[in-house]
Structures are given as C-alpha cells and as structure tokens.
Design a protein around this ligand. Structure first.
Ligand code: HEC
Length: 355
C-alpha cells in the first residue's frame, strides 16, 4: 500500500486546522490542564518564561498580562478561543515509535503559531503519546503494525469517508491522558530560542505547572566548549561512544544538555568543538560533530529550515518536506510488520548536515 502524506501523516488544510470541533488552541490548553480549561496553567506558563534562571524572556509574560487586562484578573474565566493563536498543522509522528522493551507508537503533534503583532514569531508544538494497541505486539514483540495499518488505511480513503475517519482519529489522539509536553521555538526576543515544557510539581495553587527539562538530544554547546571538568567528562565519554553517536543511535545524558538553546538569525551558530578527542577517533568518524549537532533542536531547525518547520502560513520547510517523504516509506514498512527502527534526528537518508 502507498501512503499519501496528506491522508496519513500531515494535515494543514483549513477544513481541519480551523475547525474548533476538531482542534484549537483552547482545546489543547484544556487537554494540557487539570481543570479542563487551562487559563490558569497558561498564565503560570507564560509568566515562567520571564523567571527561569537559564533564560529570562519578558514578552510572553507581558502578553498574558495584557490578556488579564482585557479579559479579567481570573484566568479560569478567560475565553481562550479569543486569543491570537492559530493551529498550523497536525503531525503523525509514528516514526518515533519505541519498539524496544514495552514501548509505544510514537507521538501525535499539533503545531500552533501566534498571530499577535507583538508576540512574534512564537510557535508551540503540543505532543501527545500514541500508546500501544493490542495488535501492536506480535508474539510478544512490539511492532506498532496495528496502529500503522490504521494510519496507512486512511490513504485508501477520500472525500467524506476520509474526513470522517480523520475526525475520529484526531479525537482518539487528542486526550488528557496522552498529553506529553509542549515545545516552543520563538524569537519574542532575539536570538531564537527552543524549550520543552513538561508538567512539574508546583508551589502555586495548581497541581502542576510547566517547567523546562534538559532539552532532548540537544548538547549544551557553550558549556561543553569551555575548558573544565564537564568538557573533560564529555570528551572521554565521546571517545568510547563515537560510533553510536555518529550513527545517531546514542541517547545523550542529561548532564550534557541545556534547558534552553539559542541561535541567532544571520549569525553562524557556534559549532561543537571536538578538539582534544584522539585523532584516530576523529578520522574514523569524520561526521561525528555534525551528527551530534543535527539531533538537537537548534541545528535541525536551522540547517535545511529557516528556524521554523511549519510556518504561520502553514507552508513547510524544505527539511520537513523531505522528512515527510521518508516518513511515508517508514509508515509503509511499519504497516507491513517489518518493525523498522529510526535513528535520532532526521529520518531521511541523506539529510543536509550543519556546516
Ligand atoms: C530532526 C530534526 C528536528 C529536531 C532535532 C527538532 N525538531 Fe522541532 N520540528 C521538526 C519538524 C520536522 C517539525 C514539524 C513537526 C514534526 O515533524 O514533529 C518540528 C516542529 C517543531 C515546532 C513547531 C513549530 C515549527 O517549527 O514547525 C516546535 C515548537 C519545535 N519543533 C521545537 C523543537 C524543540 C524544542 C526541539 C529540541 C528539543 C526540536 N524541535 C528538535 C524538526 C526537528
């Protein structure tokens, strides 16, 4: 079966993304929150941008203070549908399936952009887990083939039948139980910045707020490049893991990862320095630095993309267009029960690498 991207992998047509009964920013905040509204969580979250020790950004907090002036001091009474955020796309990330151990079938994601003239550019990505279904395990082995077959089957439908099936698929994916986290990429203040936001215990009246964990697979280039104990630790760890790292199969430990990363427009990004690593390791693994960089937020969003992958006008980066082709072939293989496993970072066979 041939997977069609616009039926099984990525949806950005107005009929879907502008239909609040299917998806909306207000609905996403409802699902992320404990109170089925999300106003209070949103207020805490946007204020948090200004107080995290690793980076302080005032604009999201100012934006939410303006909302309070317009809609009242109690965030739980705000009408979140009136806020200037548009859904830019729905993304099937079954390629992130974890087939080892008792894993999962990847993620379902919704991207959202600000249309506010001041809070700009400002993009969010809401992540939901795709859990294992009973037919995703065959003879005790996780394959995700049941879930893959259901996504792939959408490619055989069209018209009203496809619309109805999509509506049901989205409703199954967008639930409070499956909500994982939010990611942001924004330039409310120069330079651009990436963060992840996960539920964390709270000192406020809320049961949880959103906080920044160490960024997934993003190295803390600035701190690692500086001489000292962390750099020594990193280089000796790299010396014994270079092959896996160059193949993009190596999970990067938290101690080497920052809670936010930045890259400026028009200025070359600071490259990771591997100086001091044995010459033999560098000769054996000539693409080690670039492969280590491209699994992180900043390099992947700037190498074959202009900081953003799904733009506010719902067009996509060159990187994402090629990635979708690779994801289509990957979904077909999953649906055939072949249990292919993806590396970290790009799925496409020959991604453009950072300079
Ligand atoms: C391998 C490349 C790659 C890496 C690494 C990566 N992203 Fe993305 N990002 C994408 C693609 C492609 C999309 C489109 C949605 C999708 O495919 O999940 C995206 C979408 C986004 C969006 C929605 C706005 C947009 O640009 O479309 C945000 C926010 C985001 N990513 C944040 C992050 C953060 C934070 C990290 C690091 C923890 C990160 N990304 C790592 C490729 C990447």
């Amino acid at each position: 079966m041939t997977v069609r991207i616009q039926a099984s992998l990525f949806w950005s047509d107005a009929g879907v993304v502008d239909d609040p009964s299917a998806v909306s920013f207000a609905k996403l905040m409802r699902l992320a929150s404990h109170d089925d509204h999300g106003g209070r969580l949103l207020s805490e979250w946007f204020h948090r941008f200004a107080t995290t020790p690793h980076s302080e950004r005032a604009l999201p907090a100012q934006f939410i203070d303006d909302v309070a002036r317009a809609q009242g001091a109690d965030p739980s009474s705000w009408d979140l549908a009136r806020l200037p955020f548009v859904v830019t796309g729905l993304h099937n990330r079954i390629d992130l399936a974890e087939l080892e151990a008792m894993g999962h079938c990847g993620e379902f994601r919704v991207s959202v952009a600000s249309t506010d003239p001041t809070l700009q550019p400002f993009h969010m990505l809401f992540l939901f887990r795709q859990p294992l279904a009973p037919d995703d395990t065959v003879s005790g082995r996780v394959t995700c083939e049941g879930t893959a077959r259901r996504w792939a089957r959408l490619s055989t439908l069209s018209g009203q039948a496809l619309e109805d099936a999509l509506r049901q698929a989205f409703a199954e994916r967008l639930t409070r139980e499956q909500f994982l986290m939010v990611e942001t990429v924004e330039q409310s203040l120069s330079p651009w910045e990436w963060r992840q936001w996960v539920k964390a215990p709270s000192a406020t009246a809320l049961p949880f707020v959103l906080e920044n964990p160490p960024l997934f697979q993003q190295l803390d280039v600035e701190r690692l490049n500086a001489p000292g104990a962390l750099r020594t630790d990193f280089l000796s760890w790299m010396a014994s893991n270079a092959a896996l790292a160059e193949a993009r199969r190596l999970p990067l430990p938290e101690r080497f990862r920052p809670q936010s990363i930045r890259a400026a427009s028009g200025v070359p990004r600071q490259a990771l320095s591997l100086a001091g690593l044995e010459a033999q390791v560098l000769t054996l693994h000539p693409l080690l630095r670039q492969q280590l960089e491209v699994v992180g937020c900043a390099a992947c969003h700037t190498t074959d993309a202009d900081f953003v992958q799904t733009r506010a006008d719902r067009t996509i980066s060159p990187f994402y267009a090629k990635e979708l082709e690779a994801r289509a072939r990957h979904l077909e293989a999953l649906a055939r029960g072949e249990a292919p496993t993806a590396p970290f970072g790009p799925l496409q066979a020959m991604p453009l690498l950072p300079p």
